[in-house]
Design a protein around this ligand. Structure first.
Ligand SMILES: CC(C)(COP(=O)(O)OP(=O)(O)OC[C@H]1O[C@@H](n2cnc3c(N)ncnc32)[C@H](O)[C@@H]1OP(=O)(O)O)[C@@H](O)C(=O)NCCC(=O)NCCSC(=O)C[C@H](O)C(=O)O
Ligand code: MG
Length: 297
């Protein structure tokens, strides 16, 4: 069954208060960040703090991913080595992946952990298919801030300048069966803006959205879950197709539209996704979940 990645929350590895709070948040996945959210003078201490938290706190059933520093920095190799066999970590996220060779380098020191790739450079966009094909890769994360910086594009609500890159990475991820989550929405007090960008990402086919603040979790969870109407339609499509098949027909008609085998496959995926979310939420609720509002200005 597909694991949900509707809400993927970044938590700076240097912020103990945020690391403490995370166990009570309803995010489907957490990226424990050692890269851009941590100042250079805090890098070494953050690595130790994070290793301690991940040993002492059980963040399951959420997916637990550590974003290391790049191997072109003073910290990347030691980050990968520190979490290569850490039992509290499920995967290593590699920043600014330009091509499969960047993943080879990390794989050599990351033990058996699956790798995820930050897709956020112009070279990474052009090499997306080769990156997605890497045998150690499990997922891709869009880094839309770094990508916008490299492109020199303007920030637009419709994200038109980023669409080529977003689309190429989506195609690559789907061609190779990888998870792919959308980039962050920086204006974390703008709930309507986040909802609109989540809806756009969901329409495009992303599995979920990366987030920077706990107040964004509920909005992403709602946007990337199948709606009641989608679940109802999926059930009725399957029933209509089964009924048509029982009468020797290969195609059904429902609500004035045809239902073929490929639509049944999509409908089954919707139901599987809804069930996976139900099970994950039951597991998260068992630990006790709290809602965090954005702090007042
Ligand atoms: C954006 C923030 C700096 C805002 O922090 P703050 O002003 O402290 O917010 P609040 O007062 O509203 O916080 C309320 C409580 O929630 C906790 N909190 C805040 N953020 C998180 C979090 N991410 N995870 C868990 N808990 C969090 C606070 O501690 C408050 O708790 P309490 O003290 O009990 O009231 C801050 O949210 C932040 O640092 N966010 C993460 C930023 C980050 O990780 N950035 C790097 C990743 S984004 C990126 O790099 C994208 C990519 O690479 C690209 O290129 O696009
Ligand atoms: Mg980045």
């Amino acid at each position: 069954m597909t694991r949900p990645y509707r809400s993927v929350l970044y938590i700076p590895g240097s912020k103990e208060r945020a690391l403490e709070k995370a166990r009570g948040l309803a995010a489907d996945a957490i990226i424990f960040d050692l890269e851009d959210a941590v100042a250079p003078e805090e890098k070494v201490a953050a690595r130790a703090t994070l290793a301690r938290f991940l040993a002492e706190v059980d963040y399951a059933p959420r997916a637990r991913i550590v974003r290391i520093n790049g191997f072109d920095t003073d910290w990347g190799r030691a980050d990968a080595a520190a979490f290569a066999a850490h039992p509290g970590v499920e995967a290593i996220l590699v920043p600014k992946v330009n091509g499969p060779a960047d993943l080879d380098a990390v794989a050599a020191v990351a033990g058996e952990k699956p790798l995820w790739a930050m897709m956020e450079t112009a070279a990474g966009m052009l090499n997306a298919a080769a990156i997605a094909a890497h045998t150690r890769l499990a997922g891709m994360v869009m880094g839309t801030n770094d990508l916008a910086k490299e492109l020199g594009c303007r920030s637009r609500a419709d994200r038109m300048p980023l669409m080529a890159g977003l689309g190429m990475c989506l195609l690559a991820a789907r061609a190779h069966g990888r998870v792919i989550v959308d980039g962050v929405f920086n204006a974390f007090r703008d709930e309507a803006g986040l909802a609109a960008e989540c809806a756009q990402g969901r329409d495009m086919g992303f599995d979920g959205k990366t987030l920077i603040h706990p107040a964004q979790v509920e909005i992403a969870n709602a946007a990337f879950a199948p709606s009641e109407a989608e679940v109802d339609l999926a059930r009725r499509q399957i029933a209509a197709f089964n009924a048509a098949q029982a009468q020797g027909q290969g195609v059904a008609v429902l609500d004035g539209r045809i239902v073929e085998n490929l639509h049944v496959v999509s409908a089954q995926a919707v139901l599987a996704r809804a069930e996976a979310i139900r099970l994950l939420e039951a597991g998260v609720q068992a630990f006790g979940v709290q809602r965090i509002a954005v702090g007042a200005e």
